[in-house]
Each structure stands twice: as C-alpha cells, then as structure tokens.
Design a protein around this ligand. Structure first.
Ligand code: 26Q
Length: 808
C-alpha cells in the first residue's frame, strides 16, 4: 500500500501495539523510534532482496568498497528521505503532536570512523545506491565507535561510545555467512601431487568472522545495497583452543574499538590484526560468492572490483593472491594479473608520518603466509626494475625496506589505479610523494576530487534553505546537484537575497538556543558565526585561529571602542587520545573562551564556543548556521577537506589557504566570493628545499605576534601553564612546523576583509548564494560516477519499475 498520513498512523499504532505492547499515548520517543525503524526495514527488506537478486542474475560487475571506517551518522532521517517517506512522516507526527526531532535524536550516530575518510566512505555508499550501482561496503563492526568527548576543566576526556547498547535497528546478523580467518603459527610450502607448492600450517588459530549487514537505501530508486561489517567471534569448533578467559577476550578485542587517528603510527599489533581480519573475511566472502554464480575463476576481474580506501585495507592485495594461489590453484602470473585488474586504491594523505608502515616481524606473527606473498610480490617487482633504474630509485619504491613494510607501496604496486582526492593532492602524489611510481607506471595515477552527500547536508540538515531553494527553482537538484546553478539567475534579486539572509538568521537563532542549552552561554545571532569544525590536528591550524582570537581580545582590551563586526567563534574538534599537542590546543581554546566569554566588555564584541563531542549530528546543527568557514590548513597538507564543501553548500563564505579542494572551491565561486590567504604550495616546498624558514624571526620582529605568543606564557590566559609553554615553544624554539607565524599576518588581513564584506549584507548574501549555486560539482554522486566510469567500470542496474514507491 502506498504511504499516506492515515495509513502511516494506523500502521505505527499497530507496530507499537503488536511488537512493543504499547499504545501511542504511552509511547516514549524511544519506543516510537523503535517502531518507526521497524516499519522502515520491513518496508525495504523486499527491495533489498530483489536488488541483490538483480545483481546476481544480471551477470554484472560488482564493486566492493573496503574501508576500515564508515561514518554514516544517523540512518533514520536519510532512510526516510531516500524512501520518499519523510514528508508524510513529519506531517503525521505534527498531527499527533509528536516531536519528530526528539524521535530522530534517539538514534545514536553510527560513528565507526574518525572523520573525513570515514564520512567519505559513507557518502560513497549512499551515492552508489542512489545511482543504482552494484556496490558493497566492507568494513568492521566495532563494538565501540569514535569515543565520546567531554570537557572537564577545559581538558578533553574520552568516554567509550556504546552505540550498540540499545540494539541497532538497521543491522541483520548473518551467522550462516561466517568465514574463518587464520592467524599466527608457521607455514611451510610442500610440493603437492600435481607438482604445485601447497602451504602447510602449524599452530595457527582461527577466528570466526560473522557478518552484520545494513541495507543502504538509494534515493527513490528501489535500490538497496549492502554494507557488510565483520565481527570477530570464537569459532564453535575451536573452543578448546581458547581455554582461558584471557585468550577468549583477545578474540573479542579484535573488533572491539575503532583506532583513533593520531598520525604517528607506532607499531600496534591489534590494529594490523584488525586490518587483516576484515580484509581476509571480505576477500574470502567475495570469492565464495563469485564461485556460487560463475564457473571460471580466471574471469573474476570481469565481475569483481575491489577498492582499497587508504592503505588500511591494502592487505587485500596479498590476501586475494593467497586465495587465488592456494585455494583456487592458479599460477603466480595469472593470479597477479587478475589481482592487479581487480584492485584500485585511493590515497588520502601526504603526511609522511601518516603513511602506514608495519614491521616485517609483526606481519610474520600475524599471518606468515601473507608475509611470504608480500615478499614474493616485492622480489618480482624489484627484479623487474633492475637494470632500468638505479639502486636508490629502486630502494625508494621497494615495498619492504629495512625490515619495514610500506603499505602505500604495496597498494600502488598491486592496483591498476591510484587516485588522490583533489587536483592539488593528486599532483603532489605524482610529483613528490609517490613520484617514482608515476615514472614506472605512467597513467596509473588519476584524480577524483572528493564530494559530499548533498541531500544529507542540504535537504536533511537545512530544511529552511531547502524550502527557499525549492520555491525558486525546480527540484532537479535533488538528483543532479549541478542544477543548483539555476540559482545564479537570482543573484541580483534583492528580495530573494534578503530571504537568504533571513533563513541564515533563523538557522543561527536555532543554533544559538542549542548553544544556550549545551553551555549556558547566550550568543548573539546577529554576530558573524565563524566556524572551524574538523579533527584537531596541528596541520589544520586551529592554533592560527586561536592566535587571531587572542589578538582580537588584546585589541579590544586596548581599545574597547574598536570598530569590528561582532563575531562568535565556534569550534568542534576531537583530538586523538594520545595526541598530546592537539589536546593542549583544546585546553588553550577552552581557557581563552572562558576568559573572553566572562569579560563583560570583550564578550560584547567576540565570543568563543567550543562545542563538545563534534560528530555528524552536531555538524548537521552547526553547518546551516555558519557565516564563515575556516579552511586554514598549511598549504599542501590537507589532501582535500570535505567540511569546506558542506559549509559552502550551506552558504558560508570560505576563508582558505590554497590547499586541497579549497583551490577548486575558489575556482568554482570566483575570487570575489572567497577569502584566500597564505603561502602557496610552491612557497612551502621552497622553504623545505632551502631550509630558510626561521619562525623565531617572526616572534622577534613582529610586535603583534610577540604579544599574542607571550599571552600563552605570561598569565594573560589563566590555567594554561604547561600547555601554554608547550605551544609557545613549538612556535619559537622548534621552528613552527606548520608555518603558523608565517601566515599570521596575511590571515589577519584577510579577516579584516571579511569584516568589511559582512557590513554590506546584501552583497554578502549574493556571495553566499553564489557559493550555494556552485556547490553542485562537489556532490558525491558526481564523484562516484567518476569512480564507476574511470576506475571500476561498473554500470547501473536499473529497477524496471521506475516510479518506485516503498509501500507501507
Ligand atoms: C592509521 C593507522 C593506525 C591508526 C589509525 C590510522 C588512521 C585512521 C584514520 C589514519 C588516518 C585516518 C583518517 C584519515 C582521514 O580522514 N583523512 C582525510 O580524508 C578526507 C577524505 O578524503 C580528506 O578530505 C582529508 O583531507 C583527509 O585528511
């Protein structure tokens, strides 16, 4: 039956009564959430099965997106939107006097990711389904997701994220599809009866990988894809091998927690075990499924594409080889050709310290056969280069060097496509970080600029702006975000621009009441809302922002009548628990905030709000209310960035270094509609080459800088004795690795221009509109279409029944 308000309410009452033994009057938001999610899964289950049947029976190529992180946020709202139910449900709730947001907020974010990379994987899932591409997500079902952040005394503390405690409505446990993953022991190769070498294992142990499937509903197309997350359990028949509580706990630990990205990858056994665990389970599952429907293993590359999201799943290359060689009996050359054809790889970082490296010894302990295969891949690769290149060139590209496995090198050698995530990033991969590989494999490198889930970040997060847009242009942009550029026609329509400003103000009012509720602080909605939301990392330079705030504080103290636009600085950021420096910056921001917010004079001009526990849900609250988007990483360090895209889509103007995707944003909106500043990529590399940067000179010769830095150590900001010194020294004694002092002046200058621009509110609204209208190219649908056409070579499998409705 097609959904209507009436039959929805009837059904809701029925589910509440029959499944939860409640009537509507007594139902809490929790119960209503539970009933609603049941109605949703009941409705799409049939389409889920049919979609999977279509893929199998259609004899089509399928893509498996391996990612150690998926960060979808909440699924209730996006499922309702994609099924076409959202409007009816919202209206029905209104009639019933149920607060829809209260019900939606019952759902804990599914936060199985740190930040950009995990969120990108989730956006790719949504777009694959919305484009009806046969796509699967493969990952880990962490019992605890990204930690919950609390500030105590201005310090970050981490609490376990118990997202599964009230059970997860969206997942289906499929125990019968479990596979076994082998760990440890030793291996010998023995000549088998047919003359082939077969591995003989001694002392290995097995872990059972149990899949949990989540349906990924496409946007109004009847397509429901699968995200399959693996959980580690003790295999029933192996119980005797796990006699102690300790040994049993070790198995459970395997998929217990998500590792936080602290960018200094000290050897951590468990992390590498996690990587091999989900890679092995996923690859075995793929080959098993392929063999169920096809006979010729030599043709698997025509039907299977595996995508490696950063190096974390790069063991896919060795594991796929192992399966083809040992389980399927292929010879090395055939197996290698197939593997390379199947695999493709995305790199997300050029920070040296973030490139994954694992000791050979650790790999030997985790899975000795996998190490053997990596060694053989490397031996053949290096010998293919001998004679063509000199020794140091070969050393540079070797997968193993000095007892260390370089995962990026493995991923590059084993894949047919390597892509960066913005134009600049790809260019730097080719010219610097992985340059020798570009020489060896010309044409393997390509760019796929990141995109975002436009429907989530505009239609779900910003209903007011959506309504305004839908009142002006047709709804084509709901499916093709490029159609947002139809808004450009109205850039001189004064009335419309005023409406743009009004919508922003309403959103700011809403955020202001949330801030009041969370922090007790009343912020002024007429001030500029200046937003920096992203992981806390030195290269992202929250510190540069903080230094500007301190300068403003000092300027206002000196001259309380100073003529500046009032601003509310809003931060959201988690630091990795072991990232000491990042945590010190959090403490300093919090103490500066306290100082400023409690100063009756200064707080009339500026306020500082650091919201706790930044996650997808909080992002959905902040972004629609932002006037200014801070994208101020040290040029060359941010591979792409994606909050920059979300903020522009919601009409914030960007203050940016020419880094990552900021460059492409600048190109799309034009230089009058963005505020760029700071070192260029060439200038940064020149400093590296010539070693001519001396941060202390800036401290010594620029009085404004001196005054700001001294505030960290002279008691101006209270309660930061240790943290203040740590930061002071990093910028002076340790030569300011991220050029904060070098870019300070130009940052201050550009912020002055922001102030001036904001005074002309109509012109500001025009710039804002131009940003919204040009955000379409940053859609994940565009990005995924490029991956599908250029890398995976997969095609849409369309549902014949075009006007698909999810019945109730
Ligand atoms: C690795 C080993 C051990 C423990 C943790 C990790 C680890 C975990 C997460 C390493 C890196 C990450 C996450 C990286 C990330 O989010 N990168 C961002 O990816 C975005 C999507 O492409 C880009 O927009 C950002 O520029 C990039 O920083």
């Amino acid at each position: 039956m097609q959904i209507t308000k009436e039959n929805f309410v009837k059904q809701l009452k029925r589910v509440l009564s029959e499944r939860l033994a409640l009537d509507l009057e007594n139902a809490t938001p929790e119960a209503i959430y539970r009933a609603l999610s049941t109605m949703i899964t009941d409705s799409y289950s049939n389409d889920w099965r049919k979609t999977q049947d279509r893929y199998h029976n259609g004899n089509v190529k399928q893509v498996y997106y391996f990612s150690i992180e998926f960060l979808p946020g909440d699924l209730l709202k996006s499922n309702l939107l994609n099924m076409g139910w959202l409007k009816v449900v919202k209206e029905a709730f209104k009639d019933l006097k149920i607060d829809f947001n209260k019900v939606a907020n019952v759902e804990p974010d599914m936060a199985l990711g740190n930040g950009g990379l995990g969120r990108l994987a989730a956006a790719i899932m949504d777009s694959m389904a919305s484009l009806a591409l046969p796509g699967y997500g493969v990952g880990i079902r962490y019992k605890y997701g990204m930690f919950d952040q609390k500030f105590i005394n201005g310090y970050q503390t981490e609490l376990p994220n118990e997202w599964l405690i009230n059970q997860n409505s969206w997942e289906v446990r499929r125990e019968s599809a479990s596979v076994l993953v082998r760990f440890g022991g030793s291996v010998n190769l023995i000549k088998g009866s047919n003359g082939k070498l077969v591995p003989k294992y001694h002392g290995s142990r097995y872990v059972q990988a149990v899949p949990y499937d989540t349906g990924i509903v496409g946007y109004r197309n009847g397509c429901v894809n699968t995200m399959r997350l693996w959980s580690a359990e003790i295999p029933p028949f192996e119980a005797v091998n796990y006699p102690t509580i300790d040994s049993r706990r070790k198995v459970e630990d395997l998929t217990s927690v998500l590792y936080p990205d602290d960018s200094t990858q000290k050897g951590r056994n468990l992390r590498l075990e996690q990587e091999y665990f989900f890679v092995s389970a996923g690859c075995q599952d793929i080959v098993r499924d392929y063999c169920k429907y096809h006979h010729d293993i030599y043709k698997i590359a025509d039907y299977v594409a595996i995508h490696i999201n950063d190096t974390h799943p790069s063991l896919c290359i060795a594991e796929f080889m192992r399966i083809l060689l040992d389980d399927e009996g292929l010879d090395w050359d055939s197996a290698w050709k197939i593997t390379q054809k199947v695999m493709s790889f995305t790199n997300h970082t050029i920070l040296q310290e973030s490139l994954e490296k694992w000791p050979v010894k650790m790999m030997a302990e985790i899975e000795p056969r996998i190490l053997q295969i990596i060694e053989e891949i490397n031996r053949r690769f290096c010998s293919s280069l001998a004679g063509k290149y000199n020794d140091s060139f070969i050393q540079n590209v070797s997968i193993i060097s000095n007892g260390i496995i370089r995962m990026a090198n493995l991923a590059v050698v084993g894949s047919h496509s390597i892509n960066g995530v913005s134009k600049l990033h790809t260019q730097l991969l080719k010219s610097k970080v992985l340059h020798n590989f570009d020489v060896i494999f010309p044409g393997k490198f390509n760019n796929k600029t990141n995109g975002i889930a436009i429907r989530r970040w505009l239609r779900l997060a910003n209903p007011r702006l959506t309504e305004l847009i839908d009142g002006k242009i047709d709804k084509e942009w709901h499916e093709d975000a490029n159609a947002l550029n139809k808004l450009l026609k109205y850039q001189n329509d004064k009335k419309f621009l005023q409406r743009v400003n009004e919508v922003k103000l309403e959103n700011k009012n809403q955020l202001a009441s949330f801030i009041k509720h969370q922090t007790g602080i009343k912020v002024s909605p007429s001030a500029i809302f200046d937003v920096q939301i992203k992981r806390l990392h030195a290269y992202k330079r929250q510190l540069l922002n903080l230094m500007r705030i301190i300068k403003l504080y000092q300027d206002i103290k000196e001259n309380p009548k100073i003529d500046i636009e009032p601003r509310v600085f809003i931060f959201g950021a988690k630091a990795a628990p072991s990232y000491h420096y990042a945590k010190s910056i959090i403490k300093c921001i919090n103490e500066t905030a306290k100082l400023i917010n409690n100063d009756p004079v200064v707080s009339r001009k500026i306020q500082v709000i650091f919201l706790e526990n930044y996650d997808v849900s909080l992002a959905e609250r902040i972004i629609p209310a932002a006037d200014v988007s801070e994208q101020i990483s040290t040029t060359t360090k941010e591979a792409s960035g994606t909050s920059n895209m979300k903020l522009m889509l919601n009409g914030a103007l960007t203050v940016a270094t020419m880094d990552g995707a900021n460059i492409e944003i600048a190109n799309s909106v034009g230089k009058d509609n963005i505020f760029t500043f700071g070192l260029s990529a060439d200038e940064v590399y020149k400093y590296y080459q010539n070693h001519t940067y001396c941060s202390f000179n800036y401290y010594r010769s620029d009085p404004a800088i001196k005054r700001v830095l001294d505030a960290f150590i002279d008691g101006t900001i209270p309660n930061i004795v240790n943290e203040g010194h740590e930061i002071f020294e990093s910028l002076t004694k340790y030569n300011d690795e991220y050029f904060v002092l070098r870019d300070f002046e130009s940052y201050i200058n550009i912020q002055g221009k922001v102030d001036v621009a904001y005074r002309d509110r109509l012109s500001w609204a025009r710039k804002s509109l131009i940003n919204i209208a040009n955000a379409g190219i940053f859609s994940a649908d565009r990005m995924v279409t490029e991956y599908a056409n250029d890398i995976w070579h997969v095609k849409a499998v369309v549902n014949r029944d075009d006007s698909h409705e999810y019945s109730i």
